[in-house]
Design a protein around this ligand. Sequence first.
Ligand code: TRP
Length: 398
Amino acid sequence: MTTADDLTTDSTVTPYDVRGEIDYEKLCERFGADPLTDEQVARFPDHPLVRRRTFYAGRDVDRYLAAADAGDPHAIVTGRGPSGPMHLGHVLPFYLAKRFQEATGATVYVPLSDDEKFLAKAQSFESIGEHTRENLRDVLAVGFDPERTRIVVDTADADVIYPIAVRLAKHLTPATVEAVYGEQETVGLQFYPAVQAAHLLLPQLVAGRRPTLVPIAVDQDPHVRVCRDIAAKDALPVEKPGALLGRFLPSLEGPGKMSSSDDAPSIELIADPETVAETIRTHAYTGGRATLAEHRDRGGDPTVDVPFQYLRVFFEPDDATLERIAQRYRSGDLLSGELKEIAIDRITAFLEGHQRRRASLGDLGTELEPYRLTDGERRSALERAGVPPGPTTRPRTQ
Ligand code: TRP
């Protein structure tokens, strides 16, 4: 398998390290993903994230599209590593998954890898647990259909995740892990790829073979590659999961990844309107000119303007409106400050809906209940994974 270190550029893109200027097209070539064709883009349920190619490449996308078209079972897995509050960039794959679910009835699985984040970050289980609960509220606020959606938390659903991960780990050597992810600090993180592989196969283990699509940012592609590799080696009754790979939402301060883990400012899903406005007004990188006169004369550059890019990626779904904004900016008619206000307006409107749904949630345990795997689903998954029921499946009562 192709390794984490790129010998031709000085960028690194793995789940645990994103550094340097990302060449999205080159990443595809290097790791054997396929840029989406116009035909594939047209076959997905219409959404700006796909139409404008923020999600721009994939693996085995046609198998998924064929099943979705035919009304055959098809699944999506998109998860969250609960290491902190969720911000705008984190929620994009979830809203995309929701759109697909509404359009074609996709089953959606949302795993939360609290184990992974405990191992990867300098945080206690208590702190990760707090983020897990808050992140779960954000996932619930997206509004997935409980009939077709399952949410799992690694440490809480270990009864089903762990035996599957163990079976898959048998095909994963330390050499592969090191080649794909780079050197890991602990054996915990060396094992984790088997856990995420279990996530990606879970819909098929629970309910039978079906094309599965994993919409994720490119840094998570190594997990998909490893899972596909393992699935090919194991005799499990599953097909390899496919991927729909996304670019990062640009950082407010300019090109690169929008990151919550360094000091770059970002917009949290729970940010109030004043904070959103203040953050964008003070921090957003613009494509405007140095002086008003020069801007009027030569116009701005929407391709590097972060507020414009936020509109393009997600927050202005209408193509004609977006194009009008771009034209007015290029002509110098629209100023950077005015463009920022448009972005503030759209982002605030989106967050208002998200926060309203989030605030209307009651007790977390009760809200989660309809999204949890049933006993029957757990048993089916373990059965398909070839794990016989243990002798002591019932808790001791006295
Ligand atoms: N590893 C992902 C992250 O750090 C979270 C995650 C866990 C995930 N399981 C997944 C993402 C399955 C997509 C699919 O963000």
